[in-house]
Design a protein around this ligand. Structure first.
Ligand SMILES: C[S@@+](CC[C@H](N)C(=O)[O-])C[C@H]1O[C@@H](n2cnc3c(N)ncnc32)[C@H](O)[C@@H]1O
Length: 353
């Protein structure tokens, strides 16, 4: 083997950077796939606090990415151009999401969409050997993504994107997401779907009773009015929904419009969970009731259904909505791991020493 400066400095390690790192779901998946994450950027103090608690060795740059020069960032990490193995990230995707209305789907424009171009600026500035981008499927229809793909090709990357369901990659949750992967001069194959799906039962049925379990994330209190508590108790177990409520218990807003059928629904034990959102602590935001207990899922259950390890730390001194938002925004680690393993293998097959 030919000896190189790059090899000696990295000492055989594959190093990665996580842009828009949030509370760290993507970083967990990268680490599980054998990468050492050396740097991360985000501008949300609470997400960064959570990230640092779980990944204390990663150098964090806490600022709006639009204010960060790539040279400055590379200097902080002591990285030369071309030396980084993987640049990965998920620019905020609310902007590319579609909002459901009674009349169908409506595209929302949002200036956060331009952050994709900052991701591109980091690719151009750092020249990583591989790139991984995750986002909502709606990104594929956006002209900024078309520009992104064309520019990546122009600067020498061989890239491809697919829309995949995280449930096919050991995540106990239906979650369709776009994954783009590119190698500098080489292709990266997508990981094959895994035949068996992991169910809600396999993921949370073994947990001790919420409220007094000793895990502060599982024991966070939930407050409901008597009427809402009664409504929850009337929803049949294991997949029941508000359609079964007697008329006098149907909420006024639900009588007027028949959309959003999942709200006040229970998860099914032997199925995957529905897509978790930042509202996953609130049954009025989706099918977020426990399959049989008269409560919404706890934040520990949400974290497990998102694929986080059982001991992942969240700031319980804050509140459920802040934690749910971080969990709902996170990338499911097993989904990321599956694709990052492919990147790891492709990087080893395409050593450029
Ligand atoms: C989809 S979430 C990322 C989730 C994260 N990758 C994970 O797996 O947990 C997007 C993140 O982008 C961050 N963000 C939004 N605008 C930003 C900006 N202008 N500069 C830096 N970070 C930003 C948000 O704070 C949020 O944590």
């Amino acid at each position: 083997m030919i000896y190189s400066k790059e090899m000696s400095k990295k000492n055989g390690r594959l190093i990665a950077v996580d842009l828009f790192c949030g509370c760290g779901g993507l970083t967990v998946g990268l680490k599980q796939a054998g990468f050492e994450v050396v740097g991360a950027i985000d501008n949300d103090p609470l997400a960064l606090l959570t990230y640092h608690e779980n990944h204390p060795t990663v150098k964090i740059y806490s600022d709006d990415i639009r204010n960060i020069e790539t040279d400055e960032f590379a200097k902080m990490l002591q990285l030369d151009k071309g030396e980084l193995d993987l640049l990965a990230g998920c620019p905020p995707c609310q902007g590319f999401s579609t909002m459901r209305t009674l009349n169908g789907s409506l595209e929302i424009d949002d200036d956060r969409n331009d952050l994709l171009l900052d991701f591109l600026r980091f690719v151009e500035g750092l020249e990583p050997r591989a790139v991984m981008l995750e986002n909502v499927p709606g990104l594929a229809r956006d002209e900024r993504f078309t520009h992104f793909c064309a520019r990546m090709k122009h600067i020498g990357y061989s890239g491809e994107h697919r829309i995949l369901d995280a449930a096919d990659y050991m995540v106990p949750q239906r979650r369709r997401r776009l994954i783009y992967m590119a190698g500098r001069g080489f292709k990266i194959p997508f990981a094959d779907a895994i035949g068996k799906r992991i169910t809600v039962r396999e993921t949370i049925a073994h947990l001790p009773k919420a409220g007094n379990s000793g895990d502060p994330l599982h024991d966070m209190k939930e407050k409901r009015t008597d009427r809402i508590a009664k409504i929850i108790a009337m929803i049949p177990p294991d997949g029941g929904s508000r359609a079964y409520l007697p008329d006098e218990y149907k909420l006024k807003c639900h009588k007027k419009c028949d959309g959003f059928k999942d709200v006040y629904g229970r998860m099914r034990w032997d199925d995957v969970a529905p897509t978790l959102t930042g509202g996953c602590f609130n049954p009025s935001k989706g099918r977020f009731l426990h399959p049989e207990e008269n409560r919404a899922i706890t934040m520990r259950e949400a974290a497990l259904l998102q694929g986080f390890p059982p001991n992942y730390k969240f700031p319980v001194a804050t509140n459920k909505s802040a934690i749910a938002l971080m969990i709902g925004n996170a990338l499911p680690p097993p989904f990321i791991k599956a694709h990052a393993v492919s990147i790891n293998q492709a990087l080893h097959c395409n050593k450029q020493f």
